[in-house]
Design a protein around this ligand. Sequence first.
Ligand SMILES: [Zn+2]
Length: 216
Amino acid sequence: MSYDRVVISSGHGKYVRGASGVLDEVDEAGRAVEQVADELRQRDAEVTTYHDDVSQSQSENLNRIVDFHNSKQRDLDVSVHFNAYVETDKPMGTEVLFVTQSALAGEMSSAIAEAGDLIDRGAKKRTDLFFLNNTEMPSILIETCFVDSEADAATYQAQFSSICDAIASVLGGSQEVVEPPPGQTEPPPDKAPPTLRLDVEVTGEIAIIINGVPVT
Ligand SMILES: [Zn+2]
């Protein structure tokens, strides 16, 4: 399954902060959303991102994010969050929350876990989340990893780009446009010299001009 048009937002907002520990949820969600969007655009998906830098209260924040999603033409709504529990040095893992998108959530959780060396906590049905309940298109909410787990934070930072790449691959397919590595250019294509073949029969007085040069 791949989605042509996706709206992705970061959870919480500039003034309505989320969880913080080793990582700050809002900062990391914003960074991950933009990186995933870049990866998706390389897969020719139409992506719109949103970060709420305005709201001053939680209800304003939830409504503003959902209103933004619902104002766009899209096939899928994605919200990026980070989890929190208790400060620990133990690994905690990734999970993906859903109401209707069980298969997508499971696929996403395992892809993130594999790419990020994170425990796969799997897909979790949650019927109490404003985002999942009020976005009008199919939606998932990614809890990337735990901000208060030192193990999660370390592997997340180390594997950031592969995690974002994995999310984009689940959403947009894996047919990423192949670019040559930096400093390495593709060999020039074998180019045949230009040829011109004329097979005409004319009578009377004519002028033939090829590349601006009269041919007599
Ligand atoms: Zn959150």
